[in-house]
Design a protein around this ligand. Sequence first.
Ligand code: SAM
Length: 320
Amino acid sequence: MAVVQDQYGRQFKTLRVSLLNHCNLGCVYCVAGDEEVKAAGAAGKERLLTVPALLEIIGRLHGQLQLETIRLTGGEPLLYPGLVELIRGIRALGIPAIKLTTNGFLLDRLAAPMKEAGMTSVNVSLDAVDEDVFYHMSRRHSAERVIRGIDAAKDAGLDVKINTVVMRGINDGQILPLLDLAFSRHCRIRFLEVMAMGHLHDQAEKYLFTRAEILSVISTHHQCKPLDRMVSATATYWQTEEGHQFGVIANETEPFCRDCDRLRLDSSGQIYGCLSSNHPIPLGRDEDETIWTEKLQQALLQKQALRFTGSDLSMLHIGG
Ligand code: SAM
């Protein structure tokens, strides 16, 4: 079987699958307004891939790439009908780690069945604990509901991480309260620099709160030391004197393209090799392995050598 690899030795080992591009939140870094969410949801509904179709594509990709991790995302993946059945099917394919990224709104209901079906961990997006700031970031209520979801996921035995996009002037005052919340629940939290995607493509800079600034805020309350970065990881971690860990995903100021191993599959069966690319490559289910290998190689060529260059495609479409 042909090895799909680029000149830097990068291979695809993690598959991120966007199950649908509909969402029950309207986060300001993701979409310009509710109209964008509604339009994406309505357009995507007719073309949603079924569970058997997704399992066939994922199974073939796993056969070619020997995937180590799969991450289900969207849109909001907990809105995908048949999610638990899909997880069970992925488990049967033998992919070692099955993870999911969610806004947490429906976790109290779905955490336990997902765990039982074979899910290993969830990343929960939470951008504020203060309800007004939460509303400002997500255009919905409430932070308390997401926190209930985090607790349900922990109770179900899932490994839980919290993801926070930090936006200058909007939620940069929430870094310390969110850190306290994460530490109190023994969850790792990762702070993300805002990325130049979708409607923010040309204006992300004005909201960018850098890794250096995030660390500076945290250092006013905690002494911390850096930990070694794991190969292909998006986050770099620090540990406080009390032993709590937190991470920063510094896509803009400390890019991590050089050993990126991520391949993306969108909700209509198209692949992307990089978030910087808005050129989807459609995978035909009737095409043979040689054609898929060529397409995977093409996707690998989309990867940047050094840094993320931005894209006008929102993560709502390509999957976060
Ligand atoms: N609905 C799920 C959620 O909220 O986690 C999954 C999809 S959402 C697109 C996944 C993640 O994408 C968000 O948590 C956020 O971290 C990230 N994201 C979306 N747009 C972003 C941007 N412009 N900059 C940084 N992160 C972004």
